[in-house]
Design a protein around this ligand. Sequence first.
Ligand code: HEC
Length: 129
Amino acid sequence: MRDKILAAAVLGLTAFALAVPTLAQEGDPEAGEKTFNKCKACHTIEAGEKHKIGPNLHGVIGRKAGTAEGFKYSKPMIESGITWDEAALAKYLTDPKGTVPGNKMAFPGIKKEDELANVIAYVKKESSE
Ligand code: HEC
């Protein structure tokens, strides 16, 4: 009996230790929706919505930078060679001008790590639904 309790405790602790770091790193799409308000001035994200000042972001994860149909990108964005995944988004959204010099997204960047993770989680979710 004692051994069983001990085993359960060890298992419980292991599960806890494994779960915590993942939670700390993964963004919360619901919280990210608020941050995405900053992007909405320039971007839509649902399928089939119009481009605004920036391109529609539907399907952006896994897409090559500068390839949304019908949007006039800057040359540096088209030639950046980026394929958008979470890491590429994190880099670009932290420092748009430094990551793709000369690109025309007039956005200073998100410095807070949790905001960044949340907005990326939101983009990931919304852009694929
Ligand atoms: C002031 C307008 C503006 C704001 C605010 C803005 N963007 Fe942009 N964004 C643009 C423009 C314009 C481009 C195209 C850049 C180019 O072609 O050089 C762009 C490009 C992008 C791209 C590359 C898309 C592609 O198809 O290659 C991503 C991803 C992106 N923005 C995400 C975001 C996110 C997420 C936010 C909010 C955190 C945001 N942007 C805020 C204007 C904006």
